[in-house]
Design a binder for this molecule. Structure first.
Ligand SMILES: Nc1ncnc2c1ncn2[C@@H]1O[C@H](COP(=O)(O)OP(=O)(O)OP(=O)(O)O)[C@@H](O)[C@H]1O
Ligand SMILES: [Mg+2]
Length: 138
């Protein structure tokens, strides 16, 4: 069994943000993945999707479903993250007032993604973009 889904996420698109994670959740339900794993993937997917909409210049989410693991890749085309250690710190956020008024900017998204995934890797280059690869054992 192998399955791949790709979603584009645009910068600032709050109207439809959350849609990719909803579709991922729906797909995993239809594939009969356990609720415990769906929950983790949904949380990580939603945080990643919101980060693309809020912080990136746009990007994509790729879900690969294998027999033993699910791989969720969140990739964007900039602006990149200056200090990954800081970005991974709970409570650290560069979100402005407008974003905070929408309920984001607690600085918990990346730590949440890491905590929910069985494996988490983030790479980033200023001017090029950020890539997060998360694996979930099924
Ligand atoms: N894709 C990205 N591109 C550029 N910067 C990013 C990206 N994702 C996260 N960041 C930076 O890392 C910081 C921490 O991200 P994180 O998701 O943990 O918190 P947040 O998005 O600020 O708040 P929350 O996720 O709790 O709503 C962000 O404030 C932002 O500066
Ligand atoms: Mg976030």
């Amino acid at each position: 069994m192998s399955y791949e889904l790709i979603f584009d996420v645009k910068r600032g698109d709050f109207e439809t943000a959350g849609e990719a994670s909803r579709k991922i959740k729906h797909t995993l339900q239809q594939l009969g993945i356990s609720n415990k794993i769906i929950r983790k993937v949904s949380i990580a997917g939603y945080e990643g999707e919101m980060n693309l909409a809020i912080h990136s210049s746009g990007g994509k989410i790729i879900l690969e479903v294998g027999e033993k693991e699910l791989i969720l890749t969140i990739e964007d085309v900039g602006p990149g993250i200056q200090d990954l250690n800081l970005a991974m710190t709970e409570g650290w956020s560069t979100a402005g007032d407008e974003v905070r008024q929408m309920g984001f900017g607690a600085g918990m998204g990346l730590p949440n993604m890491k905590n929910n995934a069985d494996d988490f890797e983030i790479t980033s280059k200023i001017g090029e973009g950020t890539k997060i690869v998360m694996k979930f054992l099924v």
